[in-house]
Design a protein around this ligand. Structure first.
Ligand code: PLP
Length: 397
């Protein structure tokens, strides 16, 4: 059977495949320290689970409106107003089966063949594939560890062409944990506004910000920028709800309507029960978020300190999310046990095979001088995992 060209061009998610490989080794009885995970290691808070149990008992088990139940869309509008200073009508909000699905809908309704989409690297793996699926051309813009992996106005300006249609911004970032300040976003926003370039702003790690930092949505900086922006967010990361599959988008009305229409012919509404749970997540106590942030910050600090002490490793202190993204440029070209480490991919292979540590090589995000470690795992695992990584890195010659 022939596969469509569209399908032939899709690469499977490398983060999920490394996770799968590690889990397979674990199932075989090997103790693998898994730094590959992209989800909080905490359980979904009890009040949220109970809201789902109640939804089932109450018979909330039928189709809902495609874009989500009204109370949830109202709660999202309230959250966007309270947290981000953004005013949206519930009709401008589309709830989907995870933020990944929201992103997919947004790219599908905004991009087409002949368009260029600006994609700062390192980027989250699915952006590239989702852009390609629309027929648009991804224009990858590498950023540097020195600039904390943030796109500069000069870099942005240099890639703009008459075909530039859209940019994807992700703050706090996966994989780098970088957080853009209001001034940085304003400088980029000015250029985007002048060139009428739409923005997809992925704010899924909004709540996971450290050191008193503040999340700013680029859409909140001016009415013109709000008209150019699709805000993407969801409950997966903030409320440890990855399995529930609820994300959402807030957009100018015609865009929101197009996204809902597209969704009406694919998945229809996201799960009714998960919608009830998400309503509780957004409107119930926020204490579990605070506890999660307090734990993450301890782990981050420990990891940054350990990694920075290894010669040849440069590790920024990320302001958000739950990843560190160390760079190992000076170590590349050295070898371990006869194997040459040309990039982080080779290091990932050695670490998994010899030391049973799973990391995600930066090649997955467009920069193989670096690798991503998630700290969504216990402090004991982090300690032991870093011991093993340090051993390998120090034995490179
Ligand atoms: C996890 C993640 C998402 C998707 O989350 P969902 O579980 O689909 O809601 C989107 N963007 C980034 C950057 C992520 O890391």
């Amino acid at each position: 059977m022939r596969l469509a060209e569209r399908a032939q061009n899709i690469s499977p998610s490398p983060t999920l495949s490394i996770d799968a490989q590690a889990k397979k080794m674990m199932a075989g009885g090997i103790k693998v320290i898994n730094f590959g995970v992209g989800e909080p290691d905490f359980d979904t808070p009890e009040n949220i689970k109970q809201a789902a149990v109640k939804a089932i008992a109450d018979g909330m088990t039928k189709y809902t409106p495609v874009a989500g139940i009204e109370p949830l869309r109202k709660a999202i509008a309230k959250k966007l107003a309270d947290d981000n200073g953004l005013q949206y009508e519930p009709g401008q909000i589309v709830v989907s089966a995870g933020a990944k699905h929201s992103l997919y809908n947004a790219f599908q309704v905004l991009c087409q063949e002949g368009d260029e989409v600006i994609l700062p690297a390192p980027y989250w793996v699915s952006y590239l594939e989702q852009i390609k699926l629309t027929g648009a051309k991804p224009v990858i813009v590498p950023t540097t560890v020195e600039n904390n992996f943030k796109l500069t106005p000069a870099q942005l300006q240099s890639v703009i062409t008459p075909k530039s249609r859209l940019i994807i911004l992700n703050s706090p970032s996966n994989p780098t944990g970088a957080v853009y300040t209001q001034d940085e976003l304003a400088a980029l926003g000015e250029i985007l506004e002048k060139n009428n370039i739409a923005i997809i702003s992925d704010e899924i790690y909004e709540k996971l910000i450290y050191d008193g930092g503040r999340h700013v949505s680029i859409a909140s900086l001016s009415p013109a920028l709000k008209d150019l922006t699709v805000v993407i967010n969801g409950v997966s990361k903030s409320y440890a709800m990855t399995g529930w599959r609820i994300g959402y988008a807030a957009a100018p009305l015609p865009v929101a309507k197009a996204m809902a229409d597209l969704q009406s012919h694919s998945t229809s509404n996201p799960t009714s029960i998960a919608q009830a749970a998400s309503l509780e997540a957004l409107s119930g106590t926020q204490e579990p978020v605070r506890q999660m942030v307090a734990e993450f910050v301890k782990r981050r600090d420990y990891m940054v300190e350990r990694l920075s002490s290894i010669p040849g490793v440069k590790c920024n202190r990320p302001g958000g999310a739950f990843y560190v993204f160390p760079e190992i440029k000076p170590l590349l070209g050295k070898s371990y046990d006869g194997m040459t480490i040309k990039g982080a991919s080779d290091l990932a292979g050695v670490l998994l095979e010899k030391e049973h540590v799973a990391i995600v090589p930066g090649v997955a995000f467009g920069d193989d001088n670096c690798f991503r470690l998630s700290y969504a795992t216990s402090m004991d695992n982090i300690r032991e995992g870093l011991d093993r990584i340090e051993k390998v890195l120090k034995e490179l010659q």
